[in-house]
Design a protein around this ligand. Structure first.
Ligand code: HEC
Length: 184
């Protein structure tokens, strides 16, 4: 049992699936049941174990979600300037890419409310929020490039230019109309 808990913990640490741990557990208990004669006793015991196991797992998931460390961009990357001017072409390209790649999670308006958002933990960032808008272009570019589960890494999917265009587009999603306040 202790082995299984360790297994479950390490599974979460490695962002693997609970099902793998459960599968191994069931395999182990089935092997056990075959060896022993008193099958009913073992079935009952298994059922209780599985219930306890699932309850323990949901607690693990919750505590891991809360303990998630803030996502901080390295200083060097924060300071990198956006080489692509936010002109009409860049914004149109950015918008098209955003709708195709990002909106499923981040939502059409970047509010973090896309159709896939409900199933995700942590939730997709709200690109219109002051928190995101207060970050530098370099920082958003780095996060977009690297990704962090469940957010994919885009450095191999989109070119540098495409990623900078997306950052330009994200700037237009700001809730605040006072663009001057964002120009820091
Ligand atoms: C599978 C869902 C998913 C997709 C698709 C996705 N994201 Fe994300 N994104 C997330 C989640 C979840 C986070 C929050 C991650 C965290 O805080 O650990 C996030 C965070 C971010 C952040 C960091 C915000 C901040 O300030 O911390 C940026 C920037 C971002 N996404 C941009 C994009 C762009 C641009 C695209 C499209 C090219 C995209 N994302 C596609 C789920 C997604």
């Amino acid at each position: 049992m202790i082995k299984i808990i360790f297994y479950a913990v390490s599974c979460h640490l490695w962002d693997a699936h609970l099902e793998i741990a459960l599968y191994h557990y069931l395999k182990l208990t089935i092997m056990k049941t075959e060896v022993h004669n008193n099958q009913y006793f073992f079935k009952l015991k298994n059922l209780i174990f599985i219930i306890v196991f699932l309850a323990a797992n949901s607690i693990f998931i919750r505590s891991f979600a809360q303990q998630r460390t803030p996502w901080v961009t390295p200083k060097v990357n924060q300071d990198i300037k956006n080489p692509i001017p936010a002109d009409k072409t860049a914004l149109a390209d950015g918008k098209a890419m955003y709708t195709a790649n990002c909106a499923p999670c981040h939502g059409d308006k970047g509010r973090g409310d896309g159709p896939a958002a409900a199933a995700l933990n942590p939730k997709p960032a709200d690109h219109s929020s002051a928190t995101v808008q207060s970050e530098t272009d370099g920082s958003l570019f780095w996060k977009l490039s690297e990704g962090r589960n469940p957010m994919p890494s885009y450095k191999k999917i989109l070119t540098d230019k495409q990623r900078w265009e997306l950052i330009n587009y994200i700037r237009t999603l700001s809730k605040s109309t006072n663009k001057g306040a964002l120009a820091k």
